[in-house]
Ligand binder design. Structure first.
Ligand code: B3K
Ligand code: ZN
Length: 877
């Protein structure tokens, strides 16, 4: 039976009736019966109130108060809750003994086994699967953890904080370790790890001269693959000191890489647990993108030490308080370590691909939601990525110094507390004297704002007037919305490509290069503009909005060639490509002749060959919008087959018109020398591979042959995978042998096999569905490992537009069956996968009906988890 879930509302928040000052945990580890003894120092905030503790599938063994067992009439225990009816009115010690089964824990929440090693995942509500507790983020306690286990099975015993004791247990084959974390923390940041793990050690000296031990634990034999992660960690620690004045606080910082993990990584205090995919790298196994991902995630989790751990969330509605801010911080770190312009393009690509569709569909929700049924389903692109955009806008509005002053005040005021968005914004308002009340709407209004721009130049008066309008589309539960504060960074590009000066700007909050759009409509008049400008708006993507600039293709081509803002050059290229592809999709659908205009293709070649530009930037320009990007921009009555057809026509034209030039470019830039993951070499590889991908649009044997040769001669994963991906994503025959070779090469390497599974799943051919079905029983696949599932099933539903959306609905049916089955073992991963249906309402009628049927079939199951129930219900609403 589906577990009953009552929605939780922000407006119902109440402070807890009890505080817990200290927690002392004792784990006696055994695979199927682990005993946990928890001693909690309780302090009533509301004396006499019943004490209601959360639980989830835990078995109560014993309970006592102040060292005396209490009669069973004094409490009520179910696997989900423990209620002590009349606890002492004075502070007391509560001791609870529970038994749990880590081996049977396939949900990967709480304490579970991964590859024979014990590990935990407690965010958001996993701690209650270990012991009964006030499992909410505003209950902060100091933890001491003793772990006891078989010395042979688990030589390594870890928990949060510093290790204060340990040794053998005389007369047994067991040993123990005791860890103490002096920083009060909520239960979601608790972690324990035990197992037989390899160790890589290093150290870091903090800005005040303290030496911190750095430990990375991984599977034996994989130690050499931890070097890049260790390096990224040290760079992150230094960066947080210089950029935010934040120093690390414990004597040791540990990272453990595990192979079964529901997400990327987790910021447990002093003991981060990672999906091994975000730790392990060497040139043979990891692509440049993987290296960049490792750098980002290592930094992200480390930065949480201050934004999340030292200052945490009062309740789960405030999730963006730590996530949006920490994503912003990791983006800034990578921008400083790499190319800022290229990093911005990459981040906006992710935002457009993941967050915009979410905000435009049935799962839309504000950056700070106001109601949830299952909190695990709110670790979304909106909370994370739009949450980061909100911080970026705050910085644009307050300026560098104002932003830093606000952050400093936030750290100073709230260290050791569990706080809200209101507290966060108050720090900035107080530090700068600015009124942020309108800005705050970004946290409560869902939907992507739409901005339109219209400009007029008056040559006689030398004025340029720019009219901007904003509107925010309705989203579930929010029909009408108020205008928001949108910072529009801009330049007026003159005929020679340089920004024109202006003497004054009237009519609407222009400060330096930012227009503060705060009204539904605003007209700004720029005086003293010497020539007719082409406006370059939303430079650096200064706000997460859609903008219709009304510019002609000629003006957009002009910006592509000349804009001083790299981001807007890229943006211009994408806009032209999207407009072209939308028109071509309509042509394919109506059986009309191709309408493709070669001017854009020529401009692409010109930018690609411009050696004065960074290779990584040129690579971005060469990555034409994908099928999902086109679908998102079309937005309704979407026909994935027609989109694929249109894209194919464009690819054919590109290959015939500039294929030779691009092949030469690929040849010239592709041989970078010995592999190094640094940003500059990665940029050259990216350019070569992006150019190569644009040479095969006519399926010419010569072009395909070049890709095969590249695959065979590659001496690193980046080039090998890029070539293989060209073969697979175009469905060329040559993929078959190449995929086989690839699979063989990585047969003992799960992270390599994930790449293979993913590429098998994206082949845009009718045979793929059967291939994917067959692969679910392949020995390399696993029905319990989230990485394998995301690669094969997530790859199919998320990255194979034509085959997931087959016109006969068979893609949806297979996917629905898979999700229903997975939901029994791992609800969180099942619910996450199901989000692939988030844009079903935008499909053309035939596919829409079939998608709805599959969704209704899922909804009709009476044994759904609360996770999957929540997603399916909201998706259908
Ligand atoms: N805070 C974790 C995510 C936890 C997800 C729980 N379902 C990772 C991160 O954002 O750093
Ligand atoms: Zn995070």
């Amino acid at each position: 039976m589906t577990k009953e879930t009552t929605p939780v509302r922000l407006s119902d928040y109440r402070a807890p009736d009890y505080a817990i000052d200290t927690v002392s945990l004792d784990f006696s580890l055994a695979p199927t019966a682990t005993q946990v003894t928890a001693q909690l120092a309780m302090r009533p905030n509301t004396p006499g109130a019943p004490l209601v503790l959360d639980g989830d599938e835990v078995k109560l063994i014993a309970i006592s108060i102040n060292e005396e067992y209490i009669p069973s009439s004094a409490y009520e225990a179910t696997p989900q809750q423990l209620t002590i009816k009349a606890p002492p009115r004075e502070p007391f010690t509560l001791e609870i003994v529970t038994e749990i089964n880590p081996k049977a824990n396939t949900k990967l929440m709480g304490l579970y086994l991964s590859n024979g090693n014990y590990c935990t995942q407690c965010e958001a509500e996993g701690f209650r699967r270990i012991t009964y507790f006030l499992d909410r983020p505003d209950v902060l306690a100091v933890y001491t953890t003793r772990i006891e286990a078989s010395k042979a099975a688990a030589p390594v015993l870890l928990s949060n904080g510093n290790r204060i004791d340990g040794g053998d247990i005389p007369g047994t084959t067991r040993h123990f370790a005791v860890w103490h974390d002096p920083f009060p923390k909520p239960s979601y940041l608790f972690a324990a790890v035990a197992g037989d793990l390899g160790l890589v050690e290093d150290s870091f000296t903090t800005m005040s001269g303290r030496e911190v031990a750095l430990h990375i634990y991984c599977e034996h034999g994989k130690e050499a693959r931890c070097a890049y992660a260790m390096d990224a960690l040290k760079r992150s620690m230094r960066w947080d000191e210089t950029a935010f004045g934040r120093e690390y606080d414990l004597d040791i910082f540990m990272i453990v890489a595990v192979s079964d993990f529901n997400m990327g990584a987790m910021e447990n205090k002093g003991l981060n647990v990672f999906n091994d995919k975000y730790v392990l790298a060497d040139p043979d196994i990891a692509t440049d993108a993987d290296y960049a991902g490792i750098e980002t995630v290592i930094a992200h989790e480390y930065f949480h030490n201050w934004t999340g751990d030292r200052i945490t969330c009062r309740d789960w509605f405030q999730l963006c308080l730590k996530e949006g801010l920490t994503v912003f911080r990791d983006q800034e770190f990578s921008s400083d370590e790499r190319s800022r312009g290229v990093k911005r393009i990459a981040d906006v690509r992710t935002l457009l691909a993941r967050q915009f569709p979410e905000d435009a569909g049935p799962l839309a929700h504000p950056v700070r939601p106001e109601v949830y049924s299952e909190i695990n389903n709110f670790y979304t692109a909106t909370v994370y990525d739009k949450g980061a955009e909100v911080i970026r806008m705050l910085k644009a509005i307050l300026g560098e110094d104002g932003f830093r002053a606000g952050m400093d005040l936030y750290f100073e005021r709230h260290d050791g507390q569990a706080v809200t968005i209101e507290d966060f914004l108050a720090s900035f308002a107080d530090a700068t004297g600015k009124d942020l009340s309108q800005f705050k709407l970004w946290y409560s209004q869902a939907g992507t704002p739409e901005v339109t721009a219209e400009g007029r130049y008056d040559a006689r008066r030398q004025t340029y007037s720019l009219s901007l309008k904003q509107s925010i589309p309705p989203t579930p539960g929010q029909q009408t919305k108020s205008p928001m504060h949108i910072p529009v960074r801009f330049g007026l590009v003159g005929p020679n490509g340089a920004d024109l000066a202006f003497t004054s700007a009237t009519g609407g909050g222009v400060e330096d290069d930012v227009i503060h759009l705060t009204e539904a409509a605003q007209t700004i008049v720029f005086e003293g503009v010497s020539a007719p400008p082409v406006p370059s708006l939303l430079r650096g993507f200064s706000a997460p909005v859609k903008i219709a600039t009304g510019l002609s293709q000629t003006d957009q081509l002009f910006l592509l060639r000349t804009d001083a803002d790299a981001f807007n050059r890229w943006r211009a290229s994408q806009q032209i490509a999207i407009q072209t592809l939308i028109a071509e999709t309509a042509a394919v659908r109506s059986g009309a002749q191709s309408k493709l205009d070669p001017a854009f293709v020529d401009a692409l070649a010109e930018v690609a060959e411009d050696d004065s530009l960074e290779p990584a930037f040129r690579a971005q320009i060469l990555q034409l919008p994908g099928e999902a990007d086109i679908a998102r921009e079309i937005g309704h009555d979407v026909d994935p087959a027609a989109i694929a057809g249109a894209r194919k026509r464009l690819m054919a034209m590109v290959a015939s018109r500039i294929g030779k030039r691009l092949a030469e470019l690929a040849e010239r830039t592709g041989n970078v020398g010995d592999y190094s993951p640094d940003a500059a070499s990665a940029g050259r590889r990216a350019l070569a591979n992006a150019a190569l991908a644009l040479t095969v649009g006519q399926a010419a044997p010569e072009a395909i042959g070049r890709v095969v040769a590249r695959f065979e001669s590659a001496d690193n994963m980046t080039d090998r995978l890029a070539a293989l991906s060209i073969l697979a994503s175009n469905g060329f025959e040559e993929r078959i042998a190449a995929l086989e070779t690839f699979q063989d090469r990585y047969r003992d390497d799960p992270l390599g096999l994930d790449k293979w599974l993913m590429l098998e799943a994206v082949v845009p051919l009718e045979t793929t569905l059967d291939r994917v079905k067959a692969l679910t029983t392949h020995p390399a696949f696993s029905l319990t490992n989230p990485n394998r599932i995301r690669a094969l099933i997530g790859g199919f539903a998320g990255s194979n537009q034509t085959q997931f959306n087959r016109p006969d609905g068979a893609g949806y049916d297979f996917f629905a069956d898979f999700v229903l089955d997975l939901d029994k073992r791992n609800p969180q991963t099942a619910a996450r996968l199901l989000v692939s249906f988030r844009s079903w309402k935008a499909l053309e009628a035939g596919r829409r009906a079939l998608a709805e049927k599959a969704l209704r079939r899922i909804a009709a199951s009476d044994s759904l988890s609360s996770d999957t129930r929540d997603i399916v219900t909201r998706t259908l609403a």
